[in-house]
Structures are given as C-alpha cells and as structure tokens.
Ligand binder design. Structure first.
Ligand code: GLY
Length: 437
C-alpha cells in the first residue's frame, strides 16, 4: 500500500514507522528532509506542505492509496479539502472540521450552543474595549488565548504569565493590535492536564491511551510554554494521577463532541485530540486539536500493535478496527535547541546512534538536518528519545548519562517521568479533589 504522509516532524517520523511496520510504502511531502523519514521513505518531495496545489501535484505523481496528514497547518490551508475533492482517500479532517482546532472561539461556541459537557466559561472578542469590560466584570482568574493556531505557545495564564487584570488587558490589546484578530478570555481552571487522542469517522470513535505532555520549557514545570518537551504514557492503565471516572467522563465528552459536530456540520474523519484538564469539578476540555499530538502520537503509536495505516484504511471503509496496545510504560524526552520556547539558538549536536540503540532507546528525528553523526538544529525541536519499561523507574533509567550519547549545546528536561514529578502530580490532584486548591 502506498501512503502519502504530509509533514516532517517527530510525530510524522513515528507515523511513518507505524506505516512501514505494517508493510506500507511511505512517500512524504514536507518542507524539511527529516533524517528518520528519509531513511524509510520511497521518496521525499521537498516543498511547502501548506501549498494546496503543490501538494496536489505531489499526490498526483505518487498516486497513494492513502493520505495521512501530521500537522494542523495543511488542514487549515485546505490541503485535505483539495485532496478529498480529487478523490484521494484521506484520513484527516477537512478544513471545516479542523475549525475545532483552527478557531478556539468556534470550538467554545459550538460547545456552548450544544450544551456539551466539559465546557469552560469564555468570552470571544475582536474589540479590545469589549474585552476590557468583560475582564473588569469577571470575578475569577482568567486565561487569554489567541483564536487561531499558535503552535501551543500563545496562551497566557493569570498567575503564571501575568498577574494583574491590568496586565491581562494590556496583553489582549497587544494581541488585537498585532496580527491576532480575535482573542478568547476564558475562566482559569486548575488541575492536571492530559491528552486524550482518538481515531474518528463520523459517530465512530476509537480511543488511544491517555498521555501527559510536559509543556513548560524548564524542569519543575516553569518557563514558557512550548510545543511539548516530552511526555509519559502508561498504556491502557491510564495516568496514575487521573482517576478512572475522570477518564470515562472525558471520553464521553469527546464522543459527544465529534458526534454532534458530524451531525450539524460535516463528518469528522481522522485523528482528534482533546486537551483535557482534571479539575475539582470533573474533566474540562481546554482545546481540540484536529490531529495527533506531538509528542503524544509517538508514545501511543509505539505502544499500538496496529499500524495507523491499517486503522485508517479500516475506518475509511467503514469496518471496525480492533486496537491493541502493549502493556508498557513509556517516557519521551525531546532534545531542543537552547532557548527553545522563547529565543532558540540552534547549534550542531553529535549523536551516537548505535549507543542510543544499545541503551534500548528509540530515536525519532524532528526538525534537524543530518550529516553523518552531526545534526544541525533549527529553531524547533530536534529529536525525541523514547524509553519503554515495565514500570516508570525502568523506563526513566535509560536516560541516565544521556549526555555521553548526545553531545553539544542543547536542552532536555531530565525530570520528565521522574518519581519526583509523579509524586507532585499525585499530591496536587489529591489537594484539588479535597478542594484545597
Ligand atoms: N503536544 C501538544 C500538541 O501537539 O499540540
């Protein structure tokens, strides 16, 4: 089976490996030559993955049996639409369905209008005076979200990124004055976040094990938000600090949402990702992403016995895939350029790939170019290391002295999956449930 994969990051390397594992042939369209995908792809077409006509020409040449799209920006720019229109089998949402991600105010309004569970109070504004009036009259802390795509980096939280109401108003004004034409002001909710991903076709939804992404740039969960510094997954056991009832509720919220969306607007097809937070009042939906997460996809695809290709084909042809997951814990840590999250300074790093493999770590390439053992970084994430074990301790142990295998000027959060962070998360959720936070 010929699979055209759009995108060239760590998540796409994982999707590519998942396709190849099931005997599929991979063809990629991406702006960068991902060294991992390059190794397994029959052909890499370099160019703008958001340019509909360019991607259509590429697809016409490749003649794929299936198209998978990794990132959100090609969905927003109509790449899935043009491929669907030209009768390709695409396992990704249309731009209309992707509005659940590409416009946060659309998603909130949709939840409000349809009285969906898990919603958060919010106001959506294009006028800064109206936004200011709203902010002055609410009696709770709030979060400011630019309406469109931000790569996970534009959200400003009171008490974290700013303190006073006046500072919040200034941020809103600046967003509305610069390129952002709409902002959302949402009630701040407190708790532990988790990513619930699924494969969807209309009203059919198949859930993947939940993952937690460590979003903040620095150890101890401080510093700017990033696209994700790493992540943990306990397969179908779920995360130790998220109660089973909370997960069941989150699944019901996501199921309700896609089903209502397919009923009212258009059939939702492809991966979906609900960014949830477990609060004292049950799970709340922070955001929808119309794709798999990066890094979350890497954790989950590595544990999934099936290939994303098989699941996609089966769902596109209206049969029911039987998803199976290995019973393991996995921990992922991203190597990023120094300053990633604020002002990245890319440099060259060296990797001992054989040593990494002998250590039992899996390696996923992201935004780097390669010459021998030297990787040239960009301003984005460089490579992901994934470790698997029967428990968290075994999984994290493989990262000991990692700097002997990856040499150079880079950052990596060494606390991802550590016992210390687990204890903190469990205690935090205990306090939340007891109403002490
Ligand atoms: N890890 C967050 C995201 O993929 O949006």
């Amino acid at each position: 089976m010929r699979v055209l994969l759009i995108g060239g990051g760590g998540r796409e390397h994982a999707i590519g490996l998942s396709v190849v594992k099931a005997g599929g042939e991979i063809f990629t369209i991406s702006p960068n030559r991902n060294p991992g995908l390059d190794r397994i792809a029959k052909r890499t077409i370099l160019g703008d993955e958001n340019d509909r006509d360019f991607v259509l020409r590429g697809a016409m040449k490749v003649k794929p049996d299936l198209v998978l799209i990794g990132p959100e920006s090609p969905l927003a720019s109509g790449v899935s639409d043009i491929l669907i229109k030209n009768k390709f089998d695409v396992f990704a949402p249309s731009s209309e369905a992707a509005r659940l991600e590409t416009s946060k105010s659309f998603c909130r309004n949709f939840m409000t209008e349809n009285r969906l569970d898990g919603n958060i109070e919010a106001g959506s504004f294009t006028d800064s005076r109206e936004a200011e009036r709203f902010i002055r009259q609410i009696d709770h802390d709030f979060v400011i979200k630019p309406d469109g795509l931000t790569g996970g980096k534009g959200v400003m939280v009171q008490g974290v990124h700013f303190n006073s109401r006046d500072d919040g108003v200034k941020i809103v004004r600046n967003y509305l004055k610069s390129k952002r034409d709409r902002v959302l002001v949402e009630r701040k909710v407190v708790g532990e976040e988790f990513s619930l991903q699924a494969f969807v076709k209309g009203k059919k939804i198949y859930f993947l094990p939940i993952v937690q992404d460590y979003k903040r740039a620095y150890e101890g969960d401080i510093g700017p938000n990033t696209g994700g510094m790493g992540s943990i997954c306990f397969s179908e056991k779920g995360l130790p600090f998220i109660e089973e009832g909370t997960l069941l509720k989150a699944k019901s919220i996501l199921r309700q949402l896609v089903s209502k969306f397919s009923e009212i607007y258009a059939e939702y097809v492809g991966p979906i990702y609900g960014g949830f937070i477990s609060t004292h009042d049950g799970p709340k939906l922070l955001e929808i992403n119309a794709r798999l997460g990066d890094p979350e996809a890497i954790n989950v695809l590595s544990l999934m016995e099936n290939s994303e290709m098989e699941v996609a084909v089966s769902m596109l042809h209206s049969s029911n895939p039987n998803l199976e997951f290995r019973n393991r814990v996995n921990v992922l840590r991203y190597v990023v350029p120094r300053g990633y999250g604020s002002d990245p300074s890319p440099s060259e790093i060296r990797i001992d790939e054989e040593g990494i493999m002998l250590r039992g770590l899996k390696l996923y390439f992201a935004s780097v170019s390669r010459s021998g053992n030297v990787l040239k970084q960009t301003r984005s994430r460089s490579l992901a290391l994934l470790s698997e074990g029967t428990d968290l301790e075994k999984a994290t142990k493989r990262f000991d002295n990692i700097d002997s295998l990856i040499i150079g000027d880079y950052s990596m959060r060494n606390d991802i999956g550590s016992q210390g962070t687990m204890r903190k998360k469990k205690n935090f959720m205990r306090m939340i449930r007891a109403g002490k936070v």
